[in-house]
Design a protein around this ligand. Sequence first.
Ligand SMILES: Cc1cc2nc3c(=O)[nH]c(=O)nc-3n(C[C@H](O)[C@H](O)[C@H](O)COP(=O)(O)O)c2cc1C
Length: 736
Amino acid sequence: MNPRYRRILGWLHRWLTLILLPLFALIIITGAILSLDPILDDLRSGQAAEAPADAATLVRLLDQVDPGHRVRSVAVEEGGVVMLEFREQGRSQFRSFDLDTGEQLEQRGEQGDFFNIVKHLHKDLLLGAESVVEIATYLMVLVMIVGPFLAWPRLRRTLVGWHTLGGWVVLPLVLMVSVTGILMSLHIGTPQLPRLHPDDPRMGMAPAIEAVMVTGDLSGVREVTRVKNSAAAVWGVDPVGEAVHVVSPHGVIRQENFPGLVKALHEGTWAGAWSGMLNLLASLALVGLMGTGLWSWARRIRQGRQRSGDEGADILVAHASQTGTAAKLADLTRQALQAGGGRVLHASVAGLSMAELKGFRQVFLITSTAGDGQVPEQARAFLKALAGADLAGCRFSILALGDRSYSHFCRGGEQLREALLAAGGEEVLPMVKVDGDPAADWRCWLDQVAAQLDIGLGDVAAPQGDPSVRLTLRERHQLNDPADPDTHEVWSLRFESPEPLAFRPGDLLLVRPGAGEPARPYSIGSTPQEDPRSLLLTVALVSHRQADGSQRLGKASELLCRQLKEGDVLEGHLRAHPDFNPPEDAKRPMIMLAAGCGIAPFMGFMAEQACLRRPGPTWLIFGNRKRAGDFFYGQQLEAWHEAGYLNRLDTAFSRDTDGGGYVQDRLHAAADELMVWALERDAVIYVCGNAGSLGQGVRAALAEILAAHEGLDEDQAIRRLQQWEARGKLRMDLID
Ligand SMILES: Cc1cc2nc3c(=O)[nH]c(=O)nc-3n(C[C@H](O)[C@H](O)[C@H](O)COP(=O)(O)O)c2cc1C
């Protein structure tokens, strides 16, 4: 379906239910209670007699036992027994009598008033507001009809899966109950009753039967019930056959169709207890559908909002981090300030709105610099939003992490500072720039922060530095086809450490190609679960075209791909990258989107998956140029797929005819499935590859798919993605 229409329908389905929830719930729950009436009726009445009672004998019995005309209903049962319902002090009393002798046989009490009150609540909210109930019922039917347009029924063991399948299965039943309610309110399919007045005297049961005997030649009676307070319906046999006569002070009308299929369907009386149970089932199904729908909606909102810290905090510690250092320091800052008595919230800038920023007494921002003097990927949208923002009154301080060996030292921090000042923010502490290991500078800055806030510090945990490692190159092989000039030169390298290492797949090995050279991070694509001494790297040879047309190779990648020989030793540092490790919850599904050497960390994710037999499902979309020339680790990936460790494997080879295009094209092609994984199963989406092509393409594709699926406009979808990023549901490890 056209995404726009689907968006509108999804919006209607959700918001009508949310807005009218109390009304819907009241109508449905009272309906469920009322559907118990025919069930209880069936249980409390004995077997209906095959032969009707002689009308004259029944009148005689009624005259004898009900001279005051207090009986509300009469039912003729097997064995010459007549059950009469008396009304006494607002309660129903059921008494059975022998038809011939008039002797009383049995007596039972019943909460008659209860059903009456519930019925009125159901019909007019006890306020005479019939039209409100009618309109709510129309809208409820609209919500029901829209449901099936939003998703096909498929067996999926998720909350929304059950909601969708359940909605399809019970649709005819719930429509029957609600549409018949509407028809009744429109008097369609209901019998023509005599015109009754509110002050009409109430017809006694015996006079009603007598009236039908006179006008309709009634011979036998099966049942007499009350109609609209004053009239009575006499069910019996006349010369034409089985008949119902409605008797009022205005006369007798023989009914062909009483109470009519519509009413019988709505009230569940067309097949006694069975039809009542069907109606009860419909009501319970509606309660279940509302419950599952609301729960999944609330869960999605929660998914987007999670942050760590205090509710109603007045101090914000925000981070903008590429490889996790700033995030770790920001969390330690939060802990220290909280322990000192501050009410502190820690969040990534990715999920922060401008309005929110102004709500804090003070904002402390820890940011690193990435790429070639850029803000980290997760801060790009934030930086853009600052451009048009009014942050007058927002008091901020920045700790900028960096490395002097890069040409734009701490440029990321500088850019954010300039943008905050331009938006009217007030800088409280002068910006501190950190070169390399941030532990000591951060500790000094933290003291300044505490002094500025005038709060003490609790126990301050020292941030762990990056441990150094000595690795021996054991094996290196080229992943792309060297004979194909269309492919990039990419190598797979296996290193060995003399002692076991503590790391996780997705952590980084920092490699400094020479003294004074900046360190370059490489994702680790192996798992200590398989071998804690072994590190797998996937490295693309970087080459820049210089002004004179010659090629210059990236120093770190040249060292790894060309200069290092098998058996050579490499010194480096291990850096934890908690934002890009497999999810802590082993059952949580992972969606891995990789382009080119972006496959690097996922080899480790998958190795761990296979080693630990992790139960969470996995889905990899790998993109490159040519299947024949650069399907990196293709055999291994297919083997994992066949063995069931990789549940779904999609490929996109952009230069092959029918190769599947780009990763984002595969996302669009599998949009429905993607939403099931992301929204219903709460999968984590990992993206690794080039920032420009893969990063932007995937971001745009996810926003479009989310917008169409969730009924969001473009801005809302982008904001939702930012929230996903802020809480680690969408994790990007991109290279400029
Ligand atoms: C790929 C890469 C590019 C970097 N570019 C710069 C830079 O241009 N200027 C700078 O001062 N620091 C640069 N750094 C250093 C980081 O800002 C620094 O290591 C910081 O502690 C990382 O923090 P994070 O883990 O929170 O991203 C770069 C680091 C990496 C890995």
